[in-house]
Design a protein around this ligand. Structure first.
Ligand code: MAV
Length: 345
């Protein structure tokens, strides 16, 4: 069902080639040369980066973006997507994008943006969304607009869409079914402080480790596991070192489809408008895609004997412990109103 053999990498979507082949007169040749020149002058190449191969929902979202834009643009556009962490991991993408070097667009987790807009990490907090409907309602609302403006002002990053939709569970090197078994459990979490704080409420020992280091950190005993969604678990084969999945379902992911402001401003206005519209559409496409495939991926890995799935009896208790931590964090950031508005939707 899920072909793991697909390897990434460069997508070239070149359309409407404007070159004319002229064979009869030198004037025609001159016109042809001019036409080619004009066409080249308008050509646009945008480079993207991602952690995954083309099978993953994030890459398919970025491919969708490329497709939508190139169908509407009057220029020839090359979308050069470098997957499989070829250009590093998400914190690297943030650095590249803010500086306007190496890449022009990427999908990143809000947890990577703490140093610019800490309040954005709220939307990546465990237990923020009640269910997929709530999550979709929030992402289709205007609630995050002020944070978008803040991110542009502070990091020169433009959010062109929202994707995600994976449900995060625990992935561990031992069977875990309840909160007691999590005491002292060494878990890798994303770098935003709120991630650590929430996992500390259930007496785990969380540490922020680079995504690229997780597999070997588990293998060497630095940590006992991580928390992640099924598409990423499947692609990075974390199950080889941590085959136990505990259904905590503590998070529905929000991922930002971002573009470097520096790259964006170099584009003609018509193309900028097309990209903004296509970003929204590609984000919605990715949300539907990842959320609808999530449990099928778990079932696939279970059937293949790659993972063992365990129910978690402590979800309600975990949620209750998480809420005051969310409240305190929002207060610290001056984002209580935002949190209340998200909860109220
Ligand atoms: C998954 O691979 C993705 O959700 C990605 O966006 C995150 O950065 C990553 O997990 C992570 O846990 O760091």
């Amino acid at each position: 069902m899920f072909d793991k053999s697909i390897e990434v990498t460069t997508i070239n979507i070149l359309r409407r080639t404007k070159t004319r082949i002229a064979v009869f007169t030198s004037a025609a040749i001159a016109i042809a040369a001019l036409s080619l020149f004009t066409s080249n002058a308008e050509d646009v190449t945008l480079r993207g980066a991602g952690l995954f191969n083309h099978e993953h929902a994030y890459s398919r979202t970025l491919l969708k973006l490329a497709d939508l834009v190139s169908k509407q643009a009057s220029q020839n556009i090359t979308f050069d997507l470098r997957g499989n962490s070829e250009l590093g991991v998400e914190p690297d993408y943030v650095n590249f994008l803010t500086q306007g070097v190496a890449i022009d667009y990427a999908i990143i987790a809000p947890s990577n943006l703490t140093r610019f807009v800490p309040s954005l990490t709220l939307i990546g907090m465990p237990f923020l969304f009640r269910d997929l409907t709530h999550w979709n309602t929030v992402l289709s609302s205007d609630l995050l607009k002020p944070l978008e403006a803040e991110l542009l002002a502070k990091a020169d990053l433009i959010i062109i869409g929202y994707t995600g939709g994976g449900t995060r569970n625990l992935i561990s090197n031992k069977k875990i079914t309840n909160i007691d078994e999590l005491k002292g459990h060494k878990i890798r979490v994303m770098a935003a402080p709120i991630q650590k704080r929430i996992f500390q409420t259930i007496s785990t020992r969380p540490s922020a480790i680079d995504y690229s280091e997780i597999y070997y950190s588990i293998k060497s005993g630095v940590v006992d596991g991580l928390e992640n969604e099924s598409a990423s678990l499947q692609q990075y084969k974390f199950f080889e070192v941590a085959p136990h999945i505990t259904l905590t379902e503590h998070s529905i992911t929000v991922r930002l489809l971002v573009m470097s402001g520096k790259s964006f401003r170099k584009l003609p206005t018509d193309l900028q408008n097309i990209i903004m519209k296509a970003g929204k559409e590609a984000g919605a496409y990715g949300r539907k895609l990842e959320s609808s495939e999530d449990s099928a991926r778990l079932a696939f890995m279970q059937k293949a004997g790659e993972i063992e799935i365990h129910n978690f009896t402590g979800r309600e208790q975990f949620l209750e412990l998480a809420i005051p931590v969310q409240d305190a964090y929002a207060k610290e950031l001056g984002a209580e109103e935002l949190l209340q508005s998200i909860r109220a939707l």
